[in-house]
Design a protein around this ligand. Sequence first.
Ligand code: SF4
Ligand code: SF4
Length: 483
Amino acid sequence: MNGPPPAGVTIPIVPVTEDVALYEIRRKIYPRAVHGWFAGWRWSLVFLTQLVFYGLPWLTWNGRQAILFDLAARKFYIGGLVFWPQDVIYLTVFLILAAFALFLFTTVAGRLWCGYACPQTVYTEIFMWIERKIEGERLARIRLDAAPLTLEKFVVKTLKHSAWLAVSLWTGFTFVGYFSPIRDVGIHAITWQLGPWEAFWMLFYGFATYGNAGFMREQVCKYMCPYARFQSVMFDKDTLVITYDRDRGEPRGSRRKGVQPRSQGLGDCVDCNICVQVCPTGIDIRDGLQYECIGCAACIDGCDQVMDKMGYAKGLIRYATQNALTRGYDARTMWRRVLRPRTLVYTAVLVILSTLTAVSLATRNPLKVDILRDRGALAREAAPGVIENVYRVQVMNTDETPRSYMIRAEGFPGLVVRGVEQPIVLGPAQSRLLALRLQAPVADDAAPDAEHKTQTHPITFTIEAVADDKVVRHEKSTFIVPR
Ligand code: SF4
Ligand code: SF4
């Protein structure tokens, strides 16, 4: 019956319920192997990043590990540079530089970091390579997973997981080797003498690698990584993103090789689904730009191979900008627009900040000094007419040349340094905490200004390297004369 109900008739409202899943059930993705120009770049970056990550802790410098973040000693060694907690500004600058580099690359070409150099991408690539070598290509893996458990399947799976675990544990071991001397960690691991923290971090980092690259894979990018969510704010209409050329590809459809697509009312997309099968996140780039796309360009390589086979021009899926597609820019114009105010500002900030950091590192003073007044003994009379103040002075030789230092204080008549043997000798990257006493006479003839007896007087400590007057620090403090 249509129309409103008759007067006096009430129609009961039946609530419509619909089950909404809070969690999407994961559909396992079996990415197909892909070869091509971008796959070559991705593998080059896999090799490069892993060569750096696995190799750096084994390098030595001046008889010690070249790269070592010694948290226990609170010193970071990077080549010939030694960073102390007081150098935290460099860490801040490094993070700012990394952020601006990320902004620049993302503005120019989208998720370059995600697609080529992010550890999640790199280790997933390595783990998928192992998987392919042991379980076979995409179809073989699908069949193997669907097959009932047999001895052969058990052996193949055990082999794969053993290889994954070996890579993961080596990765965990290397990670720990950045914080404890790696050769010692190796000996401790072999002799089962790892400390609790070494063992914890090795296993934690190893299992994180195993879980993320072996099982979680695209889920880390889709659900855990915050970068995927805010990347779009860095995009503009001239950002290069991986794009399906809809005008050229549609209407999609299968056809025989050699047939002119336009004669059949078709575009260049043969609807082979290769671009979907090679995608590590399992999306269809033909549906447009999606946040799941990590910009790995596997679909470009996959589609280019299809285009080659069909005898069509490559680039149905390619790096393109929104402006290039809507305004029909040629490749030259599109690339020229990479240089735009936004990218120029990011580049300028990067260049200026990097230059300033390099200059600051090259000219930094290897002597650091912290002076604290001893709160327990502010001032006292050491002898009749002699006032003494106590200080805790930390002298740090932050580079690798042994040095000797002399220390003196000025700003109050008759100040003398007591309690330390001078010169103060410090080895490479060594620091010493000194309990230092300053004494000064306050008798009327030594302190003609009567005010000296009652005031807090500003003084200056000068710490100077013997035979190198460029290495010097002047630190302000106070000298207290009690009433
Ligand atoms: S859509 Fe293409 S570029 Fe994006 S993740 Fe999938 S294969 Fe990589
Ligand atoms: S790989 Fe290319 S031709 Fe094949 S479905 Fe994808 S876009 Fe179409």
